[in-house]
Design a protein around this ligand. Sequence first.
Ligand code: KIV
Ligand code: NA
Length: 277
Amino acid sequence: RKMLNTGDMRKMKKEGQPIAMVTAYDYPSAKLAEEAGADIIFVGDSLGMVVLGYDSTIPVTMEDMIHHTKAVTRAVKNSFVLADMPFLSYHGSIDFTLRNAARLMQEGMAKAVKLEGGAEICDAVSACVKAGVPVMGHIGLTPQAINQLGGYKVQGKRVDQAIKLVEDAKALEQAGAFAVVLEMVPEPLAAWITEQISIPTIGIGAGRGCDGQVLVYHDLLQYASPVKARFVKPYANVQDIVRDAIGQYVKEVKARMFPEETHVFPMDADVMDEVKS
Ligand code: KIV
Ligand code: NA
């Protein structure tokens, strides 16, 4: 199957073909996401919460993002890998923003970057796009702004907030973003935004009217994720499988039931006799 590009994604929107995006953070998660046929494999800064154990995405650094993006791109042969720009890595000067975007693409080998915010970050978006860096926007609940938003809650319920989200989506399209994530946005508003722009919307907690969906690997698998949100559908219960398997191993070691004959390496008895003599 052929590698998607940003033009293909726009075409998918036009043709009404949904885009399936999933996060991955390391070699096994990326390998399985690719084998499963995800359209976009996304190294989200959610890695701070689901694999590094922080209580927000704010502590995630450029070094963290590069380290995990490299692991993902080593696993992936033929998929579009998108990487998040972490907290404050696309603010300040345009030079600083471009340098960080370049690192995610040159060291991490990502195909594109994602950054959070609307009209206020459009200078950064258009600088990246002009430099040849494909950018996905992200509006609605933007977790890097959690200390201003005051919690992981639905955004855009008030008229002024809803209108701001519509304007932000249009501004991102104007700035050259190839798609935009809508996170925790009421379904009718997300559907309206989707109709108002020609680039795909990728929803998470944004309902059925979006052009695509994204979920966090550990949420969709129920793999020790700290998040229990309404918008998550658990497609498996990996944590029970892993906990039970490790528990069985621990029990068998303690009972001297593991290893068994099939797991061990034999040796000639006469050689061993000489060693002992
Ligand atoms: O980091 C992340 O996983 C994200 C998605 C939830 C969109 O930004
Ligand atoms: Na993110």
